[in-house]
Design a protein around this ligand. Structure first.
Ligand code: CMP
Length: 138
């Protein structure tokens, strides 16, 4: 069944000029782009997005990084979109990512890891709603 997921091209990948290459991989893998925008977020906005990680030792650094420059936020659609995007992204730590994955190719470290993808249906719903209004998804 067609499913939607949420993804961010992170500031490291945007800064290095990898946005186009990553979007091409996403399209080649069969995802439809439902909505997409380039924006910069404040530290407070990054904290709201990553609130589930607020007790983690990397929270301050992660939210600093995510607010350090432009990002590309998008809603993607295909059968099994959530799991398939995570497969295409590769492991959180690029050192553990499989050959051919986006993080293997473009990520520098566990924090500056090029791309975010929702990990479950409920988080996808929250994350899509955090960045996009209903009319943008019509
Ligand atoms: P993401 O998929 O966006 O979800 C949470 C993010 O926290 C993750 O990608 C990484 O960028 C970051 N992260 C996860 N684990 C660590 C860690 N051990 N150290 C630093 N950053 C981390």
């Amino acid at each position: 069944m067609t499913q939607r997921t949420f993804s961010i091209i992170k500031p490291d990948a945007f800064r290095k000029g990898h946005t186009g290459a990553i979007l091409a991989e996403i399209e080649k893998a069969g995802f439809g782009i439902v909505a997409i925008k380039r924006l910069s977020i404040s530290k407070a906005q990054a904290e709201g997005f990553y609130y589930v990680h607020k007790e983690r030792p990397f929270f301050a650094s992660l939210t600093q990084f995510m607010s350090s420059g432009p990002i590309v936020a998008m809603v993607l659609e295909k059968d099994n979109a959530i799991a398939d995007l995570r497969k295409l992204m590769g492991a959180t730590n690029p050192a553990n990512a499989d050959e051919g994955t986006i993080r293997k190719k473009y990520a520098a470290s566990i924090e500056e890891n090029a791309i975010h993808g929702s990990d479950a249906e409920d988080t996808a719903k929250f994350e899509i709603g955090y960045f996009f209004a209903g009319y943008e998804l019509a």
